[in-house]
Design a protein around this ligand. Structure first.
Ligand code: DC
Length: 222
């Protein structure tokens, strides 16, 4: 039987970086489910839909194909209608669209089997917002990873600047706060820890400290 570890938490808590490194260490596959919502956000944005175009976005789902694959370095790539869009989904604009589409129940239902299927055939560390609560409620270990909004905004800012993007810290911070609010107040699958989640706060920690802390918890559980 394959083993699943769920990591949920708000944007910028370090989930993806920490989960990727921990997965490599444990020989698990790392699945970043946010990329799926981002791919749908990109598809909607390419059609010039706005965050209010709910019925258009729902209708679009029958016309698009979203898939996860892995490249030769075992890194996840996300395909939209066969096109590798992994590099196009990390902009602040697509972050906001991803958050908007993720509040639509039909979008969540559309992505559910895809996410569950990944865990049937592989040992996975899957990160998202509702992995422990909805997608993999029977996960062997559930972690809820958080950090202060300022700390998360600083990390995202540094990441985007390093990629050469022209962004302001204040804008990123208000995006983080707006997305936290939207993600935790939506009716369907809101961001919240599973009852049996292990709570971990990474505020003020460097990456190595957080990875080691998580690896210790994981090794105790698997
Ligand atoms: O983790 P991320 O920032 O790449 O996620 C993008 C958006 O998708 C985020 O606003 C919340 C949403 N999301 C979700 O609702 N459920 C998930 N399992 C993963 C992401």
């Amino acid at each position: 039987m394959s083993i699943a570890i769920a990591i949920d938490g708000p944007a910028g808590a370090g989930k993806s970086t920490i989960a990727r490194l921990a997965a490599k260490e444990l020989g698990f596959i790392y699945v970043d489910t946010g990329a799926l919502y981002r791919a749908i956000g990109l598809a909607a944005s390419r059609r010039e839909f706005t965050s209010d175009s709910t019925s258009d976005i729902i209708a679009m789902l029958s016309d698009i194909k979203v898939e996860l694959a892995f490249n030769d370095k075992s890194e996840q790539i996300v395909l939209l209608d066969g096109e590798d869009v992994s590099g196009l989904i990390r902009t602040p604009e697509i972050s906001m669209m991803a958050s908007a589409v993720s509040a639509i129940p039909e979008v969540r239902a559309f992505l559910l089997d895809l996410q569950r299927d990944m865990s049937h055939t592989n040992n996975v560390i899957m990160d998202g917002r509702d992995i422990g609560t909805v997608v993999l409620p029977d996960a062997k270990l559930k972690i809820f990873l958080s950090a202060s909004p300022e700390c998360r905004a600083r990390r995202r800012y540094d990441e985007l600047i390093e990629k050469g993007m022209d962004v302001k810290y204040e804008d990123i911070l208000s995006d983080v706060i707006a997305r936290d609010y939207a993600d935790s107040h939506r009716d369907i699958a809101p961001l919240k820890p599973a009852d049996d989640a292990v709570m971990v706060d990474t505020s003020g920690e460097d990456l190595e400290t957080s990875v080691n802390k998580l690896l210790k918890i994981m090794r105790e559980h698997i």
